[in-house]
Design a protein around this ligand. Structure first.
Ligand code: ZN
Length: 190
Protein backbone atom coordinates (compact mmCIF):
# COMPACT_ATOMS: atom_id res chain seq x y z
CA UNK A 1 0.00 0.00 0.00
CA UNK A 2 1.30 3.45 -0.89
CA UNK A 3 1.49 5.56 2.26
CA UNK A 4 1.41 9.33 2.64
CA UNK A 5 4.89 10.84 2.97
CA UNK A 6 5.01 13.59 5.59
CA UNK A 7 6.90 16.82 4.93
CA UNK A 8 9.36 18.99 6.83
CA UNK A 9 7.47 20.67 9.65
CA UNK A 10 5.58 17.51 10.55
CA UNK A 11 6.58 16.52 14.12
CA UNK A 12 6.73 12.83 13.05
CA UNK A 13 9.99 13.61 11.22
CA UNK A 14 11.53 14.82 14.47
CA UNK A 15 10.81 11.72 16.51
CA UNK A 16 13.66 9.40 17.44
CA UNK A 17 12.33 6.07 16.17
CA UNK A 18 12.05 3.03 18.46
CA UNK A 19 14.10 -0.13 17.87
CA UNK A 20 12.19 -3.06 16.39
CA UNK A 21 11.88 -6.12 18.62
CA UNK A 22 13.88 -8.76 16.71
CA UNK A 23 11.27 -11.43 17.52
CA UNK A 24 8.64 -9.31 15.73
CA UNK A 25 10.48 -8.86 12.41
CA UNK A 26 8.57 -11.77 10.87
CA UNK A 27 5.17 -10.41 12.04
CA UNK A 28 2.57 -9.27 9.52
CA UNK A 29 2.81 -5.77 10.98
CA UNK A 30 6.54 -5.36 10.32
CA UNK A 31 6.57 -7.26 7.00
CA UNK A 32 3.59 -5.19 5.79
CA UNK A 33 5.33 -1.98 6.88
CA UNK A 34 8.47 -2.99 4.92
CA UNK A 35 6.37 -3.77 1.82
CA UNK A 36 4.66 -0.38 2.14
CA UNK A 37 8.00 1.44 2.51
CA UNK A 38 9.33 -0.21 -0.66
CA UNK A 39 6.14 0.48 -2.63
CA UNK A 40 5.94 4.10 -1.43
CA UNK A 41 9.65 4.74 -2.16
CA UNK A 42 9.35 3.34 -5.68
CA UNK A 43 6.11 5.22 -6.39
CA UNK A 44 7.79 8.52 -5.41
CA UNK A 45 11.07 7.71 -7.24
CA UNK A 46 12.93 8.02 -3.94
CA UNK A 47 16.44 6.70 -3.36
CA UNK A 48 15.38 5.68 0.12
CA UNK A 49 12.57 5.97 2.64
CA UNK A 50 12.55 5.75 6.41
CA UNK A 51 9.54 4.70 8.49
CA UNK A 52 9.51 8.11 10.20
CA UNK A 53 8.74 9.63 6.77
CA UNK A 54 5.40 7.83 6.78
CA UNK A 55 4.93 8.79 10.43
CA UNK A 56 5.77 5.36 11.85
CA UNK A 57 8.36 5.72 14.62
CA UNK A 58 10.22 2.44 14.05
CA UNK A 59 13.89 1.97 13.14
CA UNK A 60 13.34 0.63 9.61
CA UNK A 61 14.44 2.14 6.32
CA UNK A 62 14.69 0.99 2.73
CA UNK A 63 17.20 2.10 0.09
CA UNK A 64 17.25 1.43 -3.64
CA UNK A 65 18.82 3.28 -6.54
CA UNK A 66 18.13 1.91 -10.00
CA UNK A 67 18.67 4.52 -12.72
CA UNK A 68 16.75 6.96 -10.56
CA UNK A 69 15.13 9.81 -12.51
CA UNK A 70 15.24 12.14 -9.48
CA UNK A 71 18.99 11.52 -9.14
CA UNK A 72 20.36 10.64 -12.59
CA UNK A 73 23.94 10.87 -11.28
CA UNK A 74 23.61 8.43 -8.36
CA UNK A 75 25.35 5.05 -8.64
CA UNK A 76 22.90 2.14 -8.37
CA UNK A 77 22.25 0.48 -4.99
CA UNK A 78 20.36 -2.83 -4.88
CA UNK A 79 17.20 -2.88 -2.73
CA UNK A 80 18.34 -2.89 0.89
CA UNK A 81 16.05 -3.19 3.91
CA UNK A 82 17.67 -2.08 7.17
CA UNK A 83 16.21 -2.77 10.61
CA UNK A 84 17.81 -1.20 13.71
CA UNK A 85 20.79 -0.03 11.62
CA UNK A 86 23.96 1.37 13.18
CA UNK A 87 26.62 3.32 11.31
CA UNK A 88 30.34 3.56 12.05
CA UNK A 89 32.48 6.15 10.27
CA UNK A 90 35.67 4.56 8.91
CA UNK A 91 37.49 7.73 7.88
CA UNK A 92 37.82 11.35 9.01
CA UNK A 93 37.40 12.45 5.38
CA UNK A 94 34.20 14.20 4.33
CA UNK A 95 32.60 14.85 0.97
CA UNK A 96 30.31 17.83 0.41
CA UNK A 97 27.41 16.65 -1.76
CA UNK A 98 23.95 17.77 -2.83
CA UNK A 99 21.05 15.84 -1.34
CA UNK A 100 17.32 15.92 -1.72
CA UNK A 101 14.54 14.35 0.33
CA UNK A 102 10.98 13.23 -0.35
CA UNK A 103 10.05 15.03 2.88
CA UNK A 104 11.56 18.32 1.63
CA UNK A 105 9.80 18.63 -1.74
CA UNK A 106 11.46 20.30 -4.70
CA UNK A 107 14.74 21.19 -2.94
CA UNK A 108 18.43 20.30 -3.02
CA UNK A 109 21.18 21.35 -0.60
CA UNK A 110 24.80 20.48 0.18
CA UNK A 111 25.71 18.31 3.15
CA UNK A 112 28.99 16.93 4.49
CA UNK A 113 29.01 13.11 4.54
CA UNK A 114 31.54 10.50 5.54
CA UNK A 115 32.61 8.66 2.35
CA UNK A 116 33.43 5.32 4.00
CA UNK A 117 31.07 3.75 6.53
CA UNK A 118 30.24 0.41 8.11
CA UNK A 119 26.54 -0.37 8.41
CA UNK A 120 25.29 -3.10 10.72
CA UNK A 121 21.76 -4.19 11.48
CA UNK A 122 19.17 -6.75 10.49
CA UNK A 123 17.50 -7.53 7.18
CA UNK A 124 13.80 -8.34 6.72
CA UNK A 125 14.46 -12.03 7.47
CA UNK A 126 15.96 -11.07 10.83
CA UNK A 127 19.46 -11.99 9.67
CA UNK A 128 22.46 -9.92 10.76
CA UNK A 129 23.80 -7.73 8.02
CA UNK A 130 27.09 -5.89 7.94
CA UNK A 131 28.60 -4.12 4.95
CA UNK A 132 30.79 -1.21 3.97
CA UNK A 133 29.41 1.57 1.80
CA UNK A 134 31.52 4.23 0.09
CA UNK A 135 31.25 7.50 -1.77
CA UNK A 136 27.89 8.89 -2.85
CA UNK A 137 26.10 5.72 -1.76
CA UNK A 138 27.50 6.11 1.77
CA UNK A 139 25.83 9.53 1.86
CA UNK A 140 22.51 7.99 0.82
CA UNK A 141 22.68 5.52 3.72
CA UNK A 142 23.63 8.25 6.22
CA UNK A 143 20.66 10.34 5.00
CA UNK A 144 18.20 7.50 5.69
CA UNK A 145 19.72 6.56 9.05
CA UNK A 146 19.51 10.23 10.10
CA UNK A 147 15.73 10.08 9.58
CA UNK A 148 15.52 7.37 12.26
CA UNK A 149 17.08 9.85 14.71
CA UNK A 150 14.67 12.64 13.78
CA UNK A 151 17.21 14.45 11.58
CA UNK A 152 16.67 15.96 8.13
CA UNK A 153 19.49 16.78 5.72
CA UNK A 154 18.83 20.50 6.17
CA UNK A 155 20.03 20.08 9.80
CA UNK A 156 23.40 18.90 8.44
CA UNK A 157 23.96 21.82 6.07
CA UNK A 158 26.93 23.90 7.19
CA UNK A 159 26.10 26.52 4.54
CA UNK A 160 22.40 27.20 3.99
CA UNK A 161 23.22 29.26 0.88
CA UNK A 162 23.49 26.05 -1.18
CA UNK A 163 19.74 25.41 -0.77
CA UNK A 164 18.13 25.46 -4.25
CA UNK A 165 14.86 24.54 -5.83
CA UNK A 166 15.11 21.64 -8.26
CA UNK A 167 14.77 23.95 -11.27
CA UNK A 168 17.52 26.29 -10.07
CA UNK A 169 19.73 23.33 -9.16
CA UNK A 170 19.26 21.88 -12.66
CA UNK A 171 20.00 25.23 -14.29
CA UNK A 172 22.98 26.36 -12.22
CA UNK A 173 24.62 23.50 -10.33
CA UNK A 174 23.70 20.07 -11.71
CA UNK A 175 26.37 19.86 -14.45
CA UNK A 176 29.14 20.81 -12.03
CA UNK A 177 27.82 18.41 -9.42
CA UNK A 178 27.62 15.53 -11.92
CA UNK A 179 31.33 16.04 -12.60
CA UNK A 180 31.99 16.02 -8.83
CA UNK A 181 30.04 12.75 -8.57
CA UNK A 182 32.19 11.20 -11.33
CA UNK A 183 35.29 12.21 -9.36
CA UNK A 184 33.84 10.77 -6.12
CA UNK A 185 32.97 7.49 -7.86
CA UNK A 186 36.52 7.38 -9.28
CA UNK A 187 37.95 7.89 -5.78
CA UNK A 188 35.63 5.67 -3.74
CA UNK A 189 34.15 3.19 -6.21
CA UNK A 190 30.51 4.19 -5.68
ZN1 ZN B 1 15.05 12.06 3.32
Amino acid sequence: MIRKIVHIGNPALRQVADPVDIDKISSDEIQGLIDDLIETMRDANGAGLAATQIAVPKRICVIEVNKNPRYSYKPDIPLTVLINPEVTFLTDERINVYEGCLSVPNMRGKVDRCPEILIEGYDRDGQDISFISRGISAGTFQHELDHLDGLIYTDRMSDASSLSTLDEFAEHFEDEFKQQVINIVDSYGS
